[in-house]
Design a protein around this ligand. Structure first.
Ligand code: CTP
Length: 236
């Protein structure tokens, strides 16, 4: 057992599965510009994704973290790429995706962005205005669809029917694992703790309520176990 990066002990099996593996993590919200002084965003703090990057790094992985606008220090040993919008996050992920072993999409990427951001500050003249929005590219689904796809882990933030929606995303996005959490007023977003239900084709595992640091470490242990299982299947 080795202690590193303040994220606690890393067991030998996890370390063996992840040492030298290339891991890419997305974290935080994105900001979608409306005009030069306004944007659409969400309540993600980035804490879960940063804790996952730290835990994977402590287990010996070579970690790149693509981060939306957050107020968090870079975990020691992690390569960080800062982005603002979903389009920038997609470009950063695309440029780092070749030769990856594991992708973990923990970012709360905007699903929609203003179709035509205004180059000038929108003035308060009309009584009503409408904001046209268009879909962003699903970064996670795109990584999972690559010919050289890494082991792909998604998140599902749901306010209801958590497991049903999460299993749907696991299947439609063709993921290896999905970590589902219930979100709400004081749940998951912008708080220091979390609880997850982790779903795969084979079943369901739970990570009980704990600090995001501990939850991240347990998720990394699970990912490592699934990785070594799929490596064994690959050899068989
Ligand atoms: N995600 C992504 N790119 C997007 C939207 C989402 O990579 N443009 C990823 C997130 O990082 C997360 C997962 O997709 O890992 C699930 O995001 P979520 O918002 O829960 O699901 P959606 O597929 O957007 O579905 P919905 O909003 O309808 O629940």
């Amino acid at each position: 057992v080795v202690r590193e990066h303040g994220v606690g002990p890393v067991d030998a099996a996890t370390r063996a599965a992840l040492t030298g593996k290339r891991v890419l993590v997305t974290a935080g919200p994105t900001r979608e510009r409306i005009d030069p002084v306004r944007y659409l965003t969400n309540r993600s703090s980035g804490k879960m994704g940063f804790a996952i990057a730290a835990a994977a790094c402590a287990a010996g992985a070579e970690v790149t973290l693509v981060a939306g606008p957050v107020n968090l220090p870079t975990p020691t040993g992690v390569r960080r790429i800062d982005v603002e919008s979903a389009a920038e996050m997609l470009a950063a992920v695309d440029s780092a995706a070749t030769g990856l072993d594991v992708f973990i999409g923990a970012a709360a990427v905007a699903d929609y962005r203003p179709t035509t951001p205004s180059p000038h500050k929108i003035k308060k003249t009309a009584e009503r205005i409408e904001l046209a929005l268009e879909r962003t590219t699903d970064i996670l689904a795109r990584v999972a669809a690559r010919a050289d796809r890494p082991f792909t882990v998604g998140f599902a933030a749901e306010t209801e029917d958590v497991e049903r929606y999460a299993r749907g995303k696991l299947e439609t996005k063709r993921l290896d694992l999905i970590a589902a959490n219930e979100v709400g007023d004081s749940k998951a977003f912008d708080v220091d703790d979390n609880a997850l239900v982790v779903l795969s084709a084979e079943g369901r595992e739970e990570i009980p309520h704990a600090s995001k640091i501990d939850v991240a470490r347990r998720l990394v242990v699970m990912i490592a176990a699934h990785l070594s299982k799929s490596a064994r299947k690959g050899i068989a």
